[in-house]
Every structure is written in structure tokens, then in C-alpha cells.
Design a protein around this ligand. Structure first.
Ligand code: HAM
Length: 421
């Protein structure tokens, strides 16, 4: 029979890797708790209209990258390409703002974008996503950026860079857009096809193009920071002051415009050199009109998302998130011993010990080899003779020492010995 493989760009996370994933997720939960961020879980599929309106109909994500289907030929639905729009939908739908407009929320889960798969770019990928709602103060921008960098450091990411920019607001952005169009007048033909199209729909994105031909043309393009209105300028100044007070190193990247349309004011990205072309580990920013654009009240927000595949690929190999090995392997020789081992092993498991054994009637040597391979800390050897004498041999696999223990009432003493050591 032919083998059925997974879909291109959709990846299995195998048991040897899940330890790292769990480690990162547990650290996120632990740290987010200290910053008062609560978990929310939203569906992976939403009405397509949510993403069109939320992310922007002319963004690459919505135009080209969504997995969209017609449900029973009637309603257009899409797999979520990101989590922000869904979280805001839930915040509005459940009137979460009614009791308290301030909400700090996180979600961890898969996102779907039909992009060309390459290193660090998948069609199903995972994000750790945080959103702060109802906090206008620039200190909230500082707090969420600090939360991001603190988390990345805590999981062991080294050598990353924080880049920030301000994208202005509906009051100041039109003048900047005009300035870009004016600057590029006459050079349009030299731009790539995508950028030529973007000039008419989403001209800021031209700054973000990675192609050399476009970068050359836009090298001296005006900077958005020179066009900010007093309110946006003051906000950006105060965000920077907060980051400076925390001693956070950052670089202003005036070309960073982000790929989603909802951003206003602060935008930020964390990059890591080792990632190559897809070098963003995380990205985010402020979105002061998204809640109202999705039918909610006039409440502002700021958030970020970390790409888990990219983050995990950069973490060093440390024991802390290697797979959990057994406390005890029970090597039983003979049917009676196996029966006793089976009962004992399962009772120990139910009391919280990690126990493994082998049912295949293999030799002692081969069972010891398996215990070593699984990384078991101890092995309990239970043969016919030991069983007849009501005893077993407990071997310390690290030290290579062995002691005889009585089987009668051995559970408590095994738990005490094995968990404590
Ligand atoms: P984003 O920049 O589109 O932002 O994605 C955030 C991160 O997700 C990226 O920096 C990257 O690490 C990862 N990522 C994106 N696409 C892929 C892919 N195809 N394969 C692997 N990793 C990928 C957002 O999604 C916004 N919702 C962030 C946000 C939250 N802004 C405000 N709140």
C-alpha cells in the first residue's frame, strides 16, 4: 500500500521534540501569570469577513495566503492566519469590556497561511500570542515589549534584536503615504510587480520589500517618524523613554511597516540573525481602531505574536527540556515475575512514579540495555529466584551500584528513594 504523507508545509512535531515545545509553553504560562495575562482559546476557523475587515483586504495574508472554503456552499470561512482578529472578535462578542475594558489575554496555538514553504516558513505554524486591551498609556507598550524580551531570554534565546517604529495614525499617515508616492514618482517601473501593485493599494508595504531592486529604489525614502502628528510623536517618545529606563536595547527601523493593516503608532519586531531570510521571531504593535472596526467600542489595544517553530529552532540543547525519562525500569525474568512486575509497576505509576517495563520476555541483558536507552535512573531486577525469596535487586544506573530490597511493602520505600534522589 502506498504511504500517505502529511501535507506540504504542515509538519509533525515528534516525541523527541515535544519536550522543548512543552518547556516553552510552560514558561510562557508561568511568566504571563506574573504580568496578569489570562488565557483565552478561540476557534481555528472564523468567518472570512473577520480577517478581511480585521487584517485588511489588501494585505498579502488576506489576498493570497488564507485557507478559505465555502461552508455548504453558503458561507465563506477561513482558517485563522493569526490570532489577534479572533481575540478581538471574542472580546467584543462576549462584551468582555463591559465589566472592565482592561483585558490582558494570551493564546497559544496553530495558525495557517498558504505561503511558499521554506526554512522557518510553514503553512501550519504555531504562535504564542499576547494582547493588552484598554491600555492607552505608552507604559503599556513598554510593559508588553518587556514581557516579550523577558520571556525570550527566560527560555534561553540569545543574540536577538529588538526593532521598533511608529506607524502613526489615521491623522498623520495619509501625508506620509503621499510623500512615498511623490518620492517614487517616475521610478515605478523599476519596482517588482508586487510593489507596483502595492503602490495603488497599500503603499507603505513597498518599504518592507526584501528584493534588492526595490530596496535600492527606496533607499532614501522619507521616514515616517518625520510625519508623525504631535500625539503620535509624543507617544513614541514616551515608549522609547520606558524602554530606555528598563535598559532594553533596541534599534529604530523606519522601514518596518508590518504585514497587517490594523497597526497604529508603536510597531516592533524581534529578529535573530541565525534564522536567515525569515528572521523575525516575533512581531507586534498597537492597534487603536481594531476593536471599533470589529463593531466594539472605542478601546485601544497592543499585542505581539511569537513564531514558535522559529523560536524553538534557535534554543540551545539543554537537559531541562529533553524528554522526561523513567524513574524506574522493572526488568522481569519469567512469567510469574512479569505478572508481579506488571502489578507493582502500575501501582507505582498511579502513585506518581515514572515506570517502564518490557512484556516481550527478553533476556536480562537486553532489558538492561533498554533501561539504559530510555535513560531510566534505576532498574529493579525481578527474577524467578528473587521472586521466590520475596526480594529484588535495585540497581542505580548512574552509579552502577546495586542493593537488595524486600518486595513486601516496597512501594512506599521505592517512592521515597526514587523521587527524593
Ligand atoms: P506576524 O508578524 O504576521 O504578526 O507573525 C508573528 C510571528 O509569527 C512572526 O514573527 C513569525 O515568527 C511567525 N510566523 C508568521 N508566519 C509564519 C510562517 N508562515 N511560518 C512560521 N512562522 C511564521 C501577527 O501574526 C500579529 N497577529 C501579531 C500581533 C499580535 N500584533 C498584535 N497582536
Amino acid at each position: 500500500m502506498a504511504v500517505i504523507n502529511s501535507i506540504k508545509g504542515f509538519k509533525d512535531i515528534l516525541p523527541g521534540e515535544t519536550g522543548r515545545w512543552r518547556y516553552v509553553e510552560e514558561k510562557a504560562r508561568e511568566i504571563f501569570c506574573c504580568f496578569g495575562v489570562k488565557e483565552i482559546r478561540t476557534p481555528v476557523m472564523e468567518k472570512t469577513e473577520l480577517f478581511r475587515r480585521g487584517i485588511g483586504a489588501t494585505t498579502d495574508i488576506v489576498e493570497k495566503e488564507m485557507y478559505t472554503l465555502l461552508d455548504r456552499g453558503e458561507e465563506s470561512l477561513s482558517l485563522r492566519p493569526e490570532a489577534t482578529a479572533s481575540i478581538i472578535r471574542a472580546y467584543v462578542e462576549h462584551s468582555m469590556y463591559a465589566a472592565d475594558p482592561v483585558a490582558k489575554l494570551f493564546t497559544i496555538g496553530p495558525m495557517f497561511r498558504s505561503e511558499r514553504p521554506q526554512k522557518g516558513r510553514f503553512r501550519q505554524f504555531h504562535q504564542i500570542n499576547v494582547e493588552f486591551l484598554g491600555l492607552d498609556d505608552p507604559r503599556a507598550d513598554g510593559e508588553i515589549i518587556l514581557l516579550l524580551t523577558h520571556f525570550l531570554e527566560s527560555v534561553g534565546l540569545a543574540g536577538f534584536h529588538l526593532e521598533i517604529n511608529s506607524l502613526g495614525c489615521p491623522a498623520c499617515r495619509p501625508a506620509f503615504r503621499e510623500a512615498i508616492l511623490k518620492f517614487l514618482k517616475g521610478s515605478e517601473e523599476g519596482l517588482c510587480k508586487d510593489c507596483q501593485r502595492r503602490l495603488g493599494t497599500n503603499s507603505l508595504r513597498v518599504l518592507d520589500c526584501k528584493l534588492e531592486q526595490c530596496r535600492e529604489i527606496t533607499a532614501q525614502v522619507p521616514m515616517i517618524l518625520d510625519f508623525l502628528c504631535p500625539d503620535c510623536r509624543d507617544h513614541f517618545f514616551r515608549v522609547r523613554a520606558t524602554l530606555d529606563n528598563f535598559g532594553l536595547a533596541y534599534r529604530i527601523n523606519h522601514r518596518m511597516v508590518r504585514g497587517l493593516d490594523y497597526y497604529t503608532k508603536t510597531a516592533f519586531e524581534v529578529t535573530a540573525e541565525f534564522l536567515g531570510a525569515q528572521n523575525a521571531v516575533a512581531g507586534g504593535g498597537r492597534y487603536d481602531s481594531l476593536v471599533s472596526e470589529l463593531g466594539g467600542p472605542d478601546i485601544t489595544g497592543i499585542g505581539f505574536a511569537i513564531g514558535m517553530e522559529r523560536l524553538i529552532s534557535l534554543l540551545p540543547e539543554i537537559k531541562e527540556y529533553s524528554d522526561i525519562s523513567p524513574h524506574l525500569f522493572i526488568a522481569a525474568i519469567g512469567e510469574d515475575a512479569l505478572e508481579r512486575a506488571f502489578a507493582l509497576g502500575n501501582r507505582l505509576r498511579m502513585k506518581g512514579l515514572r515506570v517502564e517495563m518490557d512484556y516481550r520476555g527478553k533476556s536480562l541483558k537486553s532489558q538492561m540495555k533498554r533501561a539504559g536507552k530510555l535513560g531510566s535512573r534505576y532498574t529493579l531486577i525481578l527474577g524467578e529466584r528473587e521472586l521466590a525469596e520475596g526480594k529484588a535487586e535495585l540497581r542505580d544506573m548512574e552509579k552502577g551500584t546495586q542493593e537488595t530490597i524486600g518486595l513486601e511493602g516496597c512501594e512506599e520505600s521505592l517512592i521515597n528513594t526514587l523521587i527524593k534522589r
